[in-house]
Structure formats: structure tokens, C-alpha cells
Design a protein around this ligand. Structure first.
Ligand code: GDP
Ligand code: ZN
Length: 376
């Protein structure tokens, strides 16, 4: 294991150097890297913290739906609360303190009028987050720590939480315009598996072209829930509603496949929700990691959060085979127990690909992803 750790540390070092070259750590630019640090220690005093003892204030439960410098937006019922973080809130050292999807308890600090009217003081929080429930699932992106922090903590990777407590990853692809990229779907399958999310593959635009039956059967053979539909004609949308019902799903997929059109078809008033969140909150603050949370009429929600688009596959190459479940029963038959299934003699995975027992397409994906993570 010690060897593996050294390897990952080298990788992290290289990764850091690369990001520096890419300007990600540029001091002058408000980079994502720096923002994520801010999210660790959200200064509670950005929004005026109340003098009251928070313990005595009424509490509500809610879900985090957005973050901005110095504060967090929490949805409770139909209301959105602008919250700070209580000084007593204990942030974990190795992952984002508060993320979209977190279930939190908020102490209400704004006087609430019985008629629903509030005193709007834009520098005063509606509430303070006093605690967070344990996370059921996590969609994370590992990030190398900045040098400053490395002496403070044992671990060398900070986990930026993209979304917490999600149940499913809604992977949207289209048959045409753009054409379906199965390699990309394979990558999202790994991301879902890592995040312990159920993958739901949505193949949209079937009005333009029916999806290749073999391809659908191949994905189905991986045990994947597949919905084929058309946002344009409405075909398959009931099946999609069924697949998403009562779940918290995260939206993924390349641009142009019809994600927004699908959401508009599923959620009345989706347009308004997008506009409201993507611009500014109602007190004119720009949200920095604005997730749009769409409540599905029949229960459940779809979360569209920018971080998902940048999620790559970050794995130790030796772990990659674990994410190809169909390789699993074969791997013990390889001659070497640390077989990478690339060039080794007597590799049972390669043999199974050669005689058609494993999908060549999936094996090619494996090789491509392996190459990409070996370079990182
Ligand atoms: P997004 O980038 O994934 O959000 O994709 P959009 O929802 O913006 O859709 C991209 C384009 O595809 C738009 O011009 C849509 O009108 C179109 N589109 C979306 N769904 C369908 C569909 O089911 N069939 C057809 N023919 N076009 C669609
Ligand atoms: Zn092998």
C-alpha cells in the first residue's frame, strides 16, 4: 500500500503542476480551486451573525440548493433561506463542509411574520446552519491540497463534494445531433459507481433516429436502467417519469443532447426556476456553485449542478478494473494477480474479448480510460 500511496502522491504533484500551468491557481483569477477552499471555511460573519443564542431559536430542516461566497441557500418546503454557518458547526478537514444536497438543520434568525412577510435586510441571514446530517452518498472530485494546508492535515487529497445524498445519475445521450458517444457513457457509469448512485441511461431524440438495438442490448446487459425517449414527440416520457420518481437524480450528459428540453417537459415552471437561480438570488447575490433543483411533480427531484460537467474519472489505474463489473469473474483467472489486462500473457479478460464473451466496445473503453488516468 505504501508503494501505491507514493505513486498517488507523485500523480497529485504532477496534477498540481499541470493545473498551475493551466492557470487554475492563478492568484488574480477567482479560480475554482480557490473557491473550493472558501467553501471549506465559509466565513459565518459574511452574513451578519446574530447575537442570539442559536440554541433557543426555532429550527427547520432543509436541503442545500446553492452556495455563494459567504453563504448558503437552503430550501425548506417552498421557501429558500439565505443562511450563514454557525460558528459551532464543525467542518470536516478532508471534504467540503456543505454541499448541494446536504440535509441541514437551520436555526431561524430572521423574525418571521405570521402573514409570511419578512423583514428583508440583505446583510442579515434568514438562518444559520447549525448541523448537517450524515451523507448517504457522495459525488466527489478529489483535489490536491494547497501547500498551505498540507502540513495541517494527514491526508493529501481534499474531496470536493459536488453533490450529496443523491440516489441516481441521470446520464442523458441522444441518438443524433450529437451522435451517441458510448465511451462517454462508460465514463459516467464509473462516476455513478464511485458515487454509489444508480445510473439511469436516457437516450433522447428517438424521433430523429431509433437507437441501435444492439447497443441498447449491450448496455442493458450491464444491468443498466435504460429509457429511450423523445422530448420533442413526448414518446417515452412516462417511462422517464417512472425512472426518476421519488429519487434525487443528478443530471449529466454533454451539451445539445436535450437535457434542458427534457427538464422542461417533465417539470412545469422549469424555465422560471433556471432563470431565477442562474442569475442572482433575490437579494442580488451571484451564486458561485448554483445548482438548480427541479422538483418533479410526482415526487423526487432532478439536480442540475455545474460541477458534474467537469467530473472526470480520477482513479488509481489499478482500481479501474473494479469499475468494469463484467471483468470481475475473469480477473482471478489471469496469470498475474496484478494483471492490468493490457499486454500480459494468459490474460483471461483479453481472451474473453477475443472469443466474444466480453464486449469489445467496453474493453476499448477500458483501454482509453486507463490511458487517460495513467496520464493524470
Ligand atoms: P442540452 O444542452 O442538453 O440542455 O440540450 P437542449 O435541451 O438545449 O437541446 C438541444 C437541441 O436539441 C435543441 O435545439 C432542442 O430543441 C433539441 N432537442 C431536444 N430534445 C429533442 C428531441 O427529443 N428530438 C429532437 N428532434 N430535438 C430535440
Ligand atoms: Zn488480465
Amino acid at each position: 500500500m505504501a508503494k501505491g500511496k507514493g505513486k498517488s502522491q507523485r500523480r497529485i504533484k504532477h496534477w498540481k503542476q499541470r493545473s498551475r500551468h493551466a492557470g487554475e491557481l492563478d492568484e488574480t483569477a477567482p479560480s475554482r480551486q480557490k473557491l473550493s477552499r472558501k467553501e471549506v471555511k465559509l466565513p459565518a460573519d459574511r452574513l451578519a451573525a446574530p447575537d442570539e443564542n442559536l440554541q433557543d431559536l426555532p429550527k427547520v430542516e432543509g436541503m442545500v440548493v446553492g452556495m455563494f461566497r459567504g453563504g448558503v441557500t437552503v430550501r425548506t418546503g417552498q421557501r429558500q433561506l439565505l443562511c450563514g454557518i454557525a460558528k459551532t458547526f464543525r467542518a470536516p478537514a478532508d471534504s467540503t463542509a456543505i454541499a448541494v444536497g446536504d440535509d441541514v438543520t437551520v436555526a431561524l434568525t430572521q423574525p418571521q411574520h405570521s402573514d409570511g412577510r419578512k423583514d428583508i435586510d440583505k446583510d442579515r441571514a434568514d438562518g444559520m446552519i447549525v448541523s448537517r446530517q450524515p451523507r448517504r452518498t457522495l459525488l466527489i472530485r478529489p483535489e490536491p491540497r494547497s501547500n498551505k494546508r498540507s502540513d495541517e492535515h494527514e491526508t493529501d487529497v481534499f474531496h470536493k463534494v459536488i453533490a450529496a445524498n443523491m440516489d441516481a445519475l441521470m446520464i442523458v445521450a441522444s441518438t443524433r445531433q450529437p451522435p451517441l458517444r458510448h465511451g462517454l457513457i462508460d465514463r459516467f457509469l464509473i462516476i455513478a459507481e464511485r458515487g454509489e448512485l444508480e445510473p439511469v441511461l436516457v437516450i433522447n431524440k428517438i424521433d430523429l433516429e431509433r437507437p441501435d438495438g444492439q447497443l441498447v442490448a449491450d448496455f442493458a446487459s450491464l444491468g443498466l436502467h435504460i429509457v429511450t425517449c423523445s422530448a420533442a414527440s413526448g414518446e417515452g416520457l412516462d417511462a422517464l417519469r417512472g425512472a426518476l420518481a421519488d429519487k434525487r437524480s443528478v443530471l449529466a450528459g454533454p451539451s445539445g443532447v436535450g437535457k434542458s428540453t427534457l427538464i422542461n417537459a417533465l417539470v412545469p415552471e422549469a424555465d422560471a426556476a433556471t432563470r431565477a437561480v442562474r442569475s442572482k438570488d433575490n437579494r442580488g447575490r451571484h451564486t458561485t456553485s448554483a445548482a438548480v433543483v427541479y422538483a418533479l411533480p410526482g415526487g423526487g427531484m432532478v439536480v442540475d449542478t455545474p460541477g458534474v460537467r467537469e467530473l472526470g474519472v480520477h482513479l488509481d489505474p489499478a482500481q479501474l478494473p473494479w469499475y468494469f463489473p463484467e471483468f470481475e469473474p475473469l480477473a482471478p483467472q489471469c496469470r498475474f494477480n496484478n494483471c492490468t489486462h493490457t499486454h500480459e500473457p494468459d490474460c483471461a479478460v483479453i481472451a474473453a474479448v477475443d472469443d466474444g464473451q466480453l464486449l469489445a466496445r467496453r474493453y476499448e473503453s477500458y483501454l482509453r480510460i486507463l490511458e487517460s488516468i495513467e496520464q493524470s
